[in-house]
Design a protein around this ligand. Structure first.
Ligand code: ADP
Length: 424
């Protein structure tokens, strides 16, 4: 309002002068019209000047003008200055962000909704083999591994993919996709080659040590048997000691055997063939039932004729472990049921016992190596703590899952769930 006041004041003053002049000369209205025309022309010239100043980017300091035009120049110039300052701050932050992400050892790629590369950091060059000219290209056209293309299309935030680096087959990568905003994605690739090497060394070590232990154990067991045969039971202490030594050697032999099975599962490639399940299950039930007692406690129900692709030896070992456990951890007069049936797109083997059951908190742990629930109580029940780890590995090699449901004091059900793609 203050600004307008000076312009209005000027107009009023001009009108007043026109009135005084018109006292002598008449033509008050003509004079007023002339004043208005001059005023409009002046405004048009000033408007044109400000338009030219803005067109040149308003970089030069504004020309000094009085009244409303002076204030308009001043405001525009001030807003421009503040924006410039903000822009500088923002580009400094962006620069810092770029520098820090560029320094990250992990490869980072920003993808748009069409999986086109918007930006990547320096580490993406050696790790993913990306080049400057790849910006704007679709990532699946550059990294063509089918597993990667499938992983990228799903964009599952919880999934992690392990693949060999497309730039260097010696590098193993762990890849994760993070979605931000609506359709933008961040691909993070972490080099886990050193972990893979440690894992490989661990596997080789376990494999070697198990093989090395096998021979001395066999020799030891042979001598112990000879000593037991020679023992004429005159010394109860000696008889007891020989018995204990024999038991412990047997235990160690089971441990070494299980470790070797696990090492093979981890290192050897699996060979698949169509397996007739009915005879396999009948054989396992017969063997395990016969092992347990004179009364066969195992009952078998084969409700589906579907067979599966797999490795017979491995499946034999997994099913045997589950049935032996069911027998071992349930009363000697209780039955164990083994049932093969189809449920929707899955074929399932249920092994159900009426035994001691497993506490809910323990269930996720029992498939870990060497984990045994309540070791104190289990001392009298022989075991290595490796049986379920073997089962889990075998099933994973068959794209199958182990599901465990159990109630303390009532019994347990171990289910091997095979997907449809295994049917044959
Ligand atoms: P172990 O040689 O001790 O049997 P496993 O890996 O086969 O080793 O099993 C791990 C643990 O899981 C066992 O020590 C036992 O506590 C528990 N477990 C396995 N199967 C059953 C079952 N059918 N009922 C109750 N507990 C079980």
């Amino acid at each position: 309002m203050r600004i307008w006041n000076s312009d209005i004041l000027r107009l009023l003053l001009a009108a007043f002068l026109a009135a005084i002049v018109s006292i002598f000369s008449g033509h008050f209205l003509y004079l007023l019209l002339l004043i208005c025309i001059i005023y409009i022309v002046r405004q048009a010239i000033l408007l044109n000047q400000i338009e030219q100043w803005l067109q040149s980017g308003a970089k030069k300091s504004p020309p000094s003008r009085s009244g409303i035009w002076g204030d308009i120049y001043h405001h525009i110039f001030r807003i421009k200055k503040t924006n410039k300052k903000r822009k500088k701050q923002l580009s400094r932050i962006i620069e810092q962000f770029r520098k820090s992400t560029a320094a990250l050892p992990d490869a980072i790629v920003v993808l748009d909704e069409y999986d086109e590369i918007a930006w990547f950091n320096n580490a993406a060059k050696p790790i993913l083999g990306l080049k400057k000219r790849d910006k704007g290209q679709r990532l699946p056209n550059l990294i063509r591994a089918p597993a990667f293309i499938d992983f990228l299309s799903k964009k599952d935030p919880d999934a992690i993919l392990s693949i060999a680096s497309p730039a260097n087959a010696q590098i193993t990568l762990q890849i994760k996709i993070v979605t931000y905003e609506n359709n933008a994605h961040l691909l993070v690739a972490h080099d886990i080659s050193y972990l893979k090497n440690i894992e490989r060394m661990r596997k080789t070590f376990v494999d070697n040590i198990s093989h090395e232990l096998r021979t001395p154990l066999t020799v030891l067991k042979g001598y112990l048997e000879t000593l037991r045969d020679m023992d004429d039971e005159h010394s109860p202490l000696l008889t007891h000691s020989l018995q204990q030594m024999n038991n412990q050697t047997l235990r160690m032999q089971c441990l070494v055997d299980d470790l070797l099975i696990l090492a093979n599962l981890e290192t050897k490639k699996i060979t698949h063939q169509c397996i007739e399940i009915q005879p396999l299950l009948a054989q396992v039930c017969q063997e395990t039932g016969a092992l347990d007692s004179i009364n066969n406690r195992v009952e078998l129900f084969v409700d589906s004729e579907v067979n599966i692709m797999g490795n017979e030896q491995e499946l034999h070992s997994a099913f045997t472990n589950l049935i032996v456990n069911a027998l071992k951890y349930s009363p000697e007069d209780s039955l164990v049921s083994v049932r093969w049936y189809q449920s929707g797109q899955f074929i399932i083997l249920d092994i159900t016992d009426l035994g001691e059951g497993i506490a809910e908190l323990e269930i996720p742990k029992i498939t870990e190596r060497f984990y045994r629930v309540d070791i104190q109580r289990k001392q009298e029940k022989r075991g290595t703590g490796l049986g379920l780890a073997i089962v889990k590995h075998v099933l994973a090699r068959h794209n199958a899952q182990l599901k465990i449901s159990s109630q303390l004091g009532k019994g347990s059900c171990f289910s091997c769930v095979f997907p449809q793609k295994n049917f044959c």
